[in-house]
Design a binder for this molecule. Structure first.
Ligand code: FES
Length: 137
């Protein structure tokens, strides 16, 4: 194979994550994504940080806030929530049955995953980065 050819991801190792409502789709081969040191390795926060997708994480991804709260629309194989995550989620606004913390919910196998970032988290994002308010406004 030449250097210019694109190496296809084998179907049985493909991870596809869609971040709603923007519909940003990230694809990578399971087991190859580097750890970005935000949240647990292979968490949705880790995936987002690796791909320049803004997902708030005020505590740095250590299960000490709820700013990374998201809803899981399609679960291709996510880790079970532990007691610390469940306790923390009880403090999240608009908690639903499919609520998870983006820094704690880990992708455990290849498959399709769809998550939605709640509006209070996305309303102040622009071009994938948080907005900064101009002084005096
Ligand atoms: S970033 Fe704080 S709990 Fe996930």
């Amino acid at each position: 194979m030449s250097d210019t050819e694109t190496k296809a991801i084998p179907a049985d190792k493909l991870v596809r994550v869609t971040f709603q409502p923007e519909g940003r789709v990230v694809e990578f081969e399971y087991g190859t994504m580097p750890y970005d040191h935000h949240g647990k390795p292979m968490s949705f926060l880790d995936v987002a940080e690796n791909n320049d997708i803004f997902l708030d994480h005020a505590c740095g991804g250590v299960c000490a806030c709820t700013t990374c709260h998201l809803w899981v629309i399609q679960d291709g194989g996510i880790s079970e929530a532990d007691d610390d995550e469940i306790d923390r989620l009880d403090m999240a606004a608009d908690q639903q049955l499919n609520s998870r913390l983006g820094c704690q919910a880990v992708i455990t196998k290849p498959g399709n995953y769809v998550v939605e970032i709640p509006k209070w988290n996305r309303n102040y994002t622009s071009e994938g980065k948080p907005l900064t308010l101009a002084e005096g406004k």
